[in-house]
Design a protein. Structure first.
Length: 395
């Protein structure tokens, strides 16, 4: 088994390592505190109190009320639940608006809606990866049931103007949802001060466990559950609560809020140093997405390298112990180039020669030094291999 000491992990947008404090808080609910939180006796009350505490901690991170939190199995379920609910309450609403750069957990359900007779507008983006707010506003129709735009792109880190879009949707009387899986825990969020109706998140993107997430559902927003069952989550999501994982999510949220508030996290400085050095040392390298670092989440750097193919670069970097990606982890193994990068530059080949490096607070400066030394070597070797052999040498 490969351990974390043997490689440099720069794929934190795919998943993050569990914080040791999260593991410690989860352990009792995997061993001695195994009660069902819906049961009525004192022993089960321990689990119920732990779930309530997790709800309060997550609400504090998001700047909302605990009653507005619904625990789910993760971002994918949360996104699907929103789309399902929006159409349940809009029987005449046969129209949904989203963007061409959304995660597959939004794109796929929207594509399925089209097969069922709904109309979906997939808004394009500019070369910086952003949607045109005016174009979005013009796309809203009387029959629009939902607008769903991600807060931060999982491949480029580009921050989209969701608060402005949410306000437009409120004025138009249209439900607004944001997939904030990559934003939560990385930027300050104060939902009380926004017009956002529904927000999705996943714990394993901010050092919590996999397989657990949540929905923020504004208290004035109607919601129909995707999973009907025994009435858990105040009737908004059936099924026995995954107590240990919910506890882990709550602890991870508390820690994320602490790091955001105290400014302890050096992730942005590591990302910026890495990006600056790579751009300076590799000719033909460029940033995919918003040119200003302030317009991206602080941990993500998507870079395009002339003269290489992403799959070959990933293989060689992996052999040298560096973990990164060509885009979404959900697309790993696919021969299809990134839909995000293709949407940003339909006529270019950047989608096939790009790498995503995403940093976390458990990365070290020594690891960044190693990456800065390794990436130029790998890119140089790939370019040398791809170069045509001179005629004299061939003979």
């Amino acid at each position: 088994m490969i351990t974390g000491d043997e490689f440099v992990y720069l794929d934190n947008n795919a998943t993050t390592p569990l914080d040791p404090a999260v593991i410690e808080e989860m352990l009792p609910f995997l061993t001695k505190c195994y009660g069902n939180p819906s049961s009525g006796y004192t022993f089960a009350g321990q689990a119920r109190k732990a779930v309530d505490l997790a709800r309060e901690r997550l609400a504090a991170l998001l700047g909302c009320e605990p009653s507005e939190i619904v625990f789910t199995s993760g971002g994918t379920e949360s996104n699907n639940a929103v789309i399902h609910s929006a159409l349940q309450f809009a029987p005449l609403g046969k129209h949904v608006i989203t963007s061409a750069v959304e995660h597959s957990a939004v794109l796929r359900p929207c594509q399925d809606l089209e097969k069922r007779g709904c109309t979906v507008t997939f808004l394009g983006v500019d070369r910086d990866g952003n949607v045109d707010v005016g174009e979005l506003e013009a796309a809203i129709r009387p029959e629009t049931a939902l607008v769903s735009i991600m807060w931060a792109n999982n491949e480029t880190g580009v921050l989209l103007p969701v608060e402005k879009i949410a306000e437009i949707c409120r004025q138009k009387g249209v439900l607004f949802h944001t997939d904030a899986v990559q934003a939560v825990g990385k930027i300050p969020i104060h939902l009380r001060n926004t017009a956002i109706n529904v927000l999705s998140l996943s714990a394993h993107k901010f050092h919590g466990p996999k397989g657990v997430g949540a929905l923020y559902v504004n208290r004035r927003t109607r919601f129909s559950p995707l999973i009907a069952g025994g009435g858990q989550e105040n009737g908004r999501r059936g099924g026995t609560e995954n107590v240990a994982s919910i506890v882990g999510l709550g602890k991870a949220a508390e820690l994320a809020a602490k790091y955001l508030e105290e400014g302890k996290c050096s992730v942005r400085s590591m990302r910026d140093r890495f990006e600056k050095e790579i751009l300076a040392s590799i000719s033909g390298a460029s940033v995919n997405g918003a040119p200003a670092a302030a317009e991206r989440i602080p941990n993500t750097s998507s870079l395009s390298f002339e003269g290489i193919e992403s799959p070959a670069a990933l293989i060689l970097l992996d052999r040298h112990g560096l973990c990164c990606s060509a885009g979404s982890a959900c697309k790993t193994g696919s021969q299809e180039a990134s839909h995000v990068l293709r949407a940003m530059n339909p006529n270019g080949d950047g989608a096939r020669r790009s790498l995503r490096f995403s940093f976390g607070r458990f990365n070290t400066e020594a690891q960044i030094d190693r990456a800065i030394e390794l990436v130029p070597r790998v890119i140089g070797k790939l370019r040398q291999t791809a170069s045509p052999i001179p005629v004299a040498t061939a003979l």
